[in-house]
Design a protein around this ligand. Structure first.
Ligand SMILES: Cc1ccccc1NC(=O)[C@H](C1CCCCC1)n1c(-c2ccc(Cl)cc2)nc2cc(F)c(F)cc21
Length: 233
């Protein structure tokens, strides 16, 4: 059985990515806000657009710390950000939903989200994804690396030098694979299950435009940044 070992430079890479991931988290805790009060569909829609707008800004800052990202072609950097922003938002939402909370809090949070204004048809795929992420009990290194892998997806629309992105993604995949073996020795399939979630994430993200335009509000107002990133307006 080969001895799996994370090299010094891989440890340094993980440290940089995890610190950037933790530093660039959403300022105010949206889960706490949702647990404190029940908001109208209008207030929830506004909260979502604010959260999503700040999350995109946070994502841009985070990518600057991904080793090699700034050496990519400038237009490819933009293509990767545009292509991964929605998935990063759902992945972040899933991680927020999966956080350990006092008894009964997760149920209240789920209820508040169910009643937030999103139309019923999207609840099942969305919560199935959130719960499948929760079942993985990811440590923060795995969460940070999984988000990085999502950003470094070579086959996003308009990416010119896919090989360059593939090389960066493979560097991250390699250290994540080793970390999973070391972190979950009893579950050799863990790494494969982790990557399987990215397929579920991509499917859920296909619904994002409909989820937004079908939100139960009269006027769907988006920020210019969100119009850039989401397929809306
Ligand atoms: C958590 C975050 C961080 C960064 C960016 C965005 C968000 N996400 C949000 O703010 C929205 C809120 C927004 C306010 C209404 C309820 C859902 N949100 C969504 C969501 C639902 C549907 C769509 Cl289309 C998008 C997102 N899933 C969530 C799961 C959670 F556990 C949570 F606490 C908030 C969640």
């Amino acid at each position: 059985k080969e001895k799996v070992e994370i090299t010094k430079e891989q440890q340094a890479l993980v440290k940089v990515v995890v610190e950037a991931y933790n530093r660039h988290q959403i300022p105010q805790d949206v889960a706490k806000k949702l647990l404190q009060d029940q908001y109208s569909a209008e207030e929830n829609f506004l909260l979502l657009t604010e959260m999503a707008t700040s999350q995109v800004q946070v994502l841009v800052e985070f990518t600057k710390n991904i080793p090699g990202f700034l050496s990519l072609d400038r237009e490819d950097q933009i293509a990767l950000l545009k292509g991964s922003a929605v998935e990063a938002m759902f992945l972040r939402s899933a991680q927020v939903f999966s956080k350990k909370m006092p008894n009964g809090h997760t149920e209240v949070l789920e209820e508040r989200i169910r009643k937030s204004g999103i139309s019923e048809e999207f609840m099942t795929p969305m919560f199935n994804f959130y719960k499948s992420i929760g079942e993985l009990h990811m440590v923060e290194e795995e969460q940070a690396l999984l988000t990085t892998i999502t950003i470094l997806t070579p086959d996003r629309p308009y990416v010119k030098d896919q090989q360059a992105v593939e090389r960066l993604q493979e560097t991250i995949l390699d250290v994540l694979r080793k970390m999973c073996v070391l972190q979950h020795p009893q579950d050799p399939q863990y790494f494969a299950r982790l990557l399987g979630r990215l397929t579920e994430l991509r499917t859920l993200s296909h619904y994002h435009a409909e989820m937004l335009t079908s939100w139960r509000v009269n006027d769907h107002k988006f920020t210019p940044l969100l119009c850039e990133i989401w397929d809306v307006q």
